[in-house]
Design a protein around this ligand. Structure first.
Ligand code: OGA
Ligand code: MN
Length: 208
């Protein structure tokens, strides 16, 4: 049996998810790993591998820049050492969430995302109408030295005591945001500079 990759913040993430359905951890990835992942994302972008993201899935997929303007490419196992290290870490988080919260998460899929200056992603939920496998969203940001005046916040729409309250989270390099995909509406606000991330989903098995 192989060892689970662990992280000192996993317990806090579990507690946050259990209590309020979302978690944010500022110092999740070490700086060198964040830098290497950012370099890989930029290199893929330079090679023209990132493509305009679509909304929906299967035959219903369409690119609509009035809804989302990011460009993406999936991270697959075996593409790079730093990518594999990240996937191993997220698999550790998957197993921890299963052990603690019995979520029955079967796999993790993630893509690099680059939002050019001015690009945004309008308010949405991360669950498709015809596919309910996406269960927990996990984002890590890859931006060095992000400042509030750069904009580009992830805006969460939280429900508190029957009222909605928005919470803005800056895409600071090395930080992690995790939330229940079906429950938390969110959007990406436009930024004045390029905004890089790895966006992923822990999925349950489908009912096929
Ligand atoms: C998404 C998304 C948020 C972010 O890709 O579905 O909501 O902060 N991304 O990049
Ligand atoms: Mn989303």
């Amino acid at each position: 049996m192989s060892d689970i990759t662990c992280h000192p913040l996993f317990d806090r993430i579990v507690d946050d998810l259990a209590v309020r359905g979302w978690s944010r951890q500022d110092l999740f990835l070490p700086a060198d790993q964040t830098r290497e992942l950012a370099a890989e994302c930029r290199e893929r972008y330079r090679r023209g591998e990132l493509v305009p993201a679509a909304i929906g899935r299967g035959a219903g997929q369409q690119v609509q820049e009035g809804i989302r303007g990011d460009r993406i490419q999936w991270l697959e196992p075996g593409q790079s050492a730093v990518g594999d290290r990240y996937l191993a870490l997220m698999d550790g988080l998957r197993q921890t969430l299963n052990q603690s919260l019995y979520l029955g998460l079967a796999d993790f899929e993630c893509h690099f995302a680059c939002y050019p200056p001015g690009a945004f992603y309008r308010r949405h939920l991360d669950r498709f109408r015809d596919d309910d496998r996406r269960t927990v969203t996990a984002l890590v940001y890859l931006n060095e030295d992000w400042q509030p005046e750069h904009g580009g916040a992830l805006r969460l729409y939280l429900e508190e005591g029957g009222a909605e309250r928005s919470k803005d989270i800056l895409p600071v390099g090395g930080s992690l945001v995790v939330f229940m995909s079906a429950d938390l509406p969110h959007e990406v606000l436009p930024a004045s500079r390029e905004r890089l991330s790895l966006t992923g989903w822990f999925r349950r098995r489908g009912a096929f």
